[in-house]
Design a protein around this ligand. Structure first.
Ligand code: GLN
Length: 275
């Protein structure tokens, strides 16, 4: 089985499993999951039982656990998620890791996150680099509301969120680092019909066509918004690494590097703007 196929198999899984049942019950009771084992014979109040059955039914019918509980951990942060935003993925932590390696801990860097969604990437970078100023943009007003809510709940004060269609709303501001996890799934990819993905905003997953439209726009536009020597870091699809590296070269980026995700799939490309 190829990596791509095994990843697809893992993502197809959907429906109620015992772990989900525990997570949903702990959510309904507002207790940590470990509490359940210590109270295994407690009787549920009727209201709690009803709320649990309702969530269990929705999970059985395919809704993602993160949308049912409204939370997902990412880079150690507990983020609120709604069906208006993509559920943060573990592979996106690879992008955060590489991005942090490009920004010295004490640097007062200006960072831009394109297509911020829940704010997962922007808030992780802002949290790890308190001296930095992070701007997260999204075309979706409802996504921006989720990102702002996350910043407020996590008390992260060095991240701002604003409405922009990629670079369109940014004026001529320049950044030391631009990051993006844009929609990159091709419109014919059967993965879009699988499991949890069916419930996520299509606009956050797929730009249509071959899946590279958004990456092309971002990579082509980034240099005009980077300082000399600034970095661009993007996440891409499981089979897009070579195409994305070529786009970086065509746009004049140097120092191109790539990173694999935890499943060993090339997932992130970084490059720097000529000094
Ligand atoms: N990695 C996600 C998926 O395969 C896609 C995320 C994206 O398009 N940026 O479901």
């Amino acid at each position: 089985m190829t990596d791509a196929v095994s990843v697809r198999r893992a993502q197809v899984a959907s429906g109620l499993v015992p772990l989900d049942a525990q997570v949903l019950l702990a959510h309904v009771l507002d207790v940590p999951r470990a509490w359940l084992a210590a109270h295994a014979s407690d009787t549920l109040r009727a209201q709690a039982a009803d709320a649990f059955f309702e969530l269990a039914r929705r999970r059985r019918d395919g809704e993602p656990v993160a949308y049912l509980t409204g939370v997902r951990e990412f880079w150690g942060l507990s983020l609120r998620v709604t069906a208006d935003v993509l559920i943060p993925r573990p592979e996106t932590e690879t992008l955060v890791e590489l991005s942090l390696s490009l920004i010295p801990a004490a640097a007062s860097a200006n960072i831009l996150d394109l297509g911020t969604g829940s704010g997962a990437i922007a808030l992780s970078l802002a949290h790890e680099r308190p001296q930095a100023r992070v701007t997260g943009v999204d075309i979706s007003a409802v996504a921006l509301a989720v990102a702002r809510d996350n910043a407020r709940r996590l008390a992260i004060g060095n991240a701002d969120f604003l409405s922009s269609d990629w670079f369109a709303g940014l004026g001529d501001g320049r950044f030391d680092l631009i990051v993006a996890n844009p929609p990159y799934v091709g419109s014919a990819d059967p993965h879009l019909q699988d499991g949890d993905v069916r419930f996520e905003p299509r606009v956050a997953l797929s730009p249509g066509g071959d899946g590279l439209t958004a990456l092309r726009a971002i990579i082509a536009g980034a240099r005009a918004h980077l300082v000399a020597g600034g970095h661009l870091v993007v996440e891409h699809g499981y089979d897009q690494s070579a195409a994305v590296q070529a786009l970086f070269r065509d746009a004049g980026f140097g120092g191109i590097s790539i990173r694999n995700d935890l499943a060993g799939i090339a997932r992130v490309v970084a490059g720097s703007s000529p000094a």
